[in-house]
Each structure stands twice: as structure tokens, then as C-alpha cells.
Design a protein around this ligand. Sequence first.
Ligand SMILES: NC(=O)c1ccc[n+]([C@@H]2O[C@H](COP(=O)([O-])OP(=O)(O)OC[C@H]3O[C@@H](n4cnc5c(N)ncnc54)[C@H](OP(=O)(O)O)[C@@H]3O)[C@@H](O)[C@H]2O)c1
Length: 323
Amino acid sequence: MNTRFLGDLAVSALGLGCMPMSSHYGPSEDANSTATLEQALALGITFWDTAAVYGHGHNEELLAPLVARQRDRIVLATKFGIDKDGSLDGSPAATRRSIDESLARLGVDHVDLWYLHRVDPATPIEETVGAMAEAVEAGKVRHLGLSEASAESLRRAHAVHPITALQSEWSLWTRDLEPEVLPVARQLGIGIVPYSPLGRGMLTGALTGRDSLDEGDRRLQTPRFSEENFDHNRHLVTVLEEVGAGLGYTAGQVALAWVLAQGDDVVPIPGTRSVPHLEENAAAVDIRLSDGDLARIEAAMAAVQGGRYPGEHRYGDSPPLRQ
Ligand SMILES: NC(=O)c1ccc[n+]([C@@H]2O[C@H](COP(=O)([O-])OP(=O)(O)OC[C@H]3O[C@@H](n4cnc5c(N)ncnc54)[C@H](OP(=O)(O)O)[C@@H]3O)[C@@H](O)[C@H]2O)c1
């Protein structure tokens, strides 16, 4: 696996999103998840993404045994700032408490990258990042990041303490960060970690209808997976299947290759709890799409219908979300 850099933090060119191992996308089995983590290590996918809120601590605890055995190989990233009820809390007190709780669940004395999961509108970003910086000084955290932050928040945060990475949704069907946020991140030398690079699974083509999702799957509550929009959006993915078929790749690999092609400072973290899916995704790092293919899939996916989250949602500095 190649190496890429988020600021001065070296990471595997593809990371692993661990959220589906504990929440959001239907039931998961720890044995499958652990096998996926083991295989990620074998493939050199060592940049692991978790969060305090995923499974309300379950996800961090799930990672702990492997991390304990391979601490030096794993670049461990976690996030804080979303409470169990979905409310945001970036207050200095919550920030200080959160890092100790995450370290305890992960069974480590430090994490490599610690993100604010969502900017808390009730707390000036300077105060949150100031408290995050204390954790760096204390040796509990090596690098700081923000998730879904606006350009202004990035600038204000970076003025308090260097920000290494911005984790935000970025894929062929979610390109909101490109006009304003991306140029500022690049100007400041902040690396980009695209989340949901597979469009929460839709861009793989594996989902054939709403009935392929479990009853409790959060995607059923989102506009892009609604009765009204699912079939339209699924149909758009046929262009990824066509481009992939001509080259011997899957739709999901084409989707990941597009994200990887956006720059060497871009490190996507596709989520999976499946060894075969992990292996398929890992192979995408070697794919180079032609300019013609890139333009073709961008044009087709621009027709996406529906918002990415339920209800009103604007990019960056978001109002409270249900996680
Ligand atoms: N900062 C934030 O606010 C935020 C928000 C959302 C996510 N994230 C992070 O970003 C990571 C990735 O995002 P995501 O998990 O939401 O979405 P994603 O990576 O776009 O898609 C994950 C979904 O695709 C499926 N999948 C993965 N590889 C596949 C393949 N090769 N073929 C068929 N299906 C495949 C997974 O199911 P299987 O498990 O069956 O493979 C899962 O349901 C998360 O895991 C999490 O760590 C962060």
C-alpha cells in the first residue's frame, strides 16, 4: 500500500472507515469486523477511522485488542463532540473529558489524529481547539483535525493550533466542499480525508433497492435513499459499472479511483466490515482513470437527487445531526 501525507502525518493511501462495524448500516458481527481489521493490517491499510459516538463506544472498544498488538503500525484516528442523543458539545470541559474516555476505550496512551466531529455552534471554535491543543501538549494526541468544518472555521482553528486534516463527505455524488473549503484547506496545508467515498454503499452498485437495506438502516431515513430517489440514483451508478466493465474494475473501485485522483493530499476512508469488500477497495489504489472517463462519470453523477442527510443540512459548521 502506498503512503500519502496529511500535512506531515504519513498514512496509508487508503484508510479504513470502521463505523459500519458498530452502527448505521444494519447489524454487524464482531468476528467479521475483527477479521476485516486483521486483513486491513495484512494489506497495509493502517489508517483506521473511528469515533466516540459510533455504537456509543463500541467501535473504539472493538479496535482495542488489535491496536494493542500493533500499536506502532496503526495510525489511529478518532473523533469527539457528538453526544449520544446527537447533540453537539465542543465545550472545553467536554473536550477534555472526551479524550480521556476515548483513550480508555481504545486502550492506548495517545491517538495519532483527533478530530472535532462537528463544529459546535454554541462554542467558539477557538475554545474547542484550545482545549484540543492541551491534549497535544499532554501527549494524548499527535495531530488535530476537524470534520465538516467551513472554510472560516478551518482558518480560525488553524490560527490556534495547526490542523492536520479535514474529514468531510466527498465523493462523486457529494462535491460540496470543492468550491470554498478545499482551496482554503490546501492553502493552509491541511490534508483531506473524504468520508463516505462510496456514497454509503450506493456507488458500488451492490444495493439494488431499498429492500436490500435492513429495517434499522439509517440510510432509509436519508433523501438519497428515499422511495422517491433511490431508483433514480441507483440508475446513475450504471455509468460507473460501464466504465469499470471496460477496464476490468467494479463500480465501487471506479468511485474510489475518482476520489484518489483528486490529489495526493486526499486519503479516502471507505467503510466496510467485510473482508472481500476490503480487498476489492484496496485494489482501487492502483487504478488510473483517463481524463475522458473521469469527465464522463462526473457528468453522469451530477444528476444525483436528494440531500445527503435528513432535513435541513448545510455544508460545514452543521446544525445538530442524528448520528
Ligand atoms: N466525519 C463524519 O461525520 C463521518 C460520517 C460518516 C462516515 N464517516 C467515516 O467514514 C467512513 C466511510 O464512510 P461510510 O462508511 O459512511 O460510507 P462508504 O465508505 O461510502 O460506504 C460504506 C458502505 O458501503 C459498503 N461497501 C464497502 N465496500 C464495498 C464493496 N466493495 N462492495 C459493496 N459494498 C461495499 C459497506 O458495507 P459492508 O460493510 O457490507 O462492506 C457500507 O455499507 C465511515 O466508516 C466512518 O469511519 C465519518
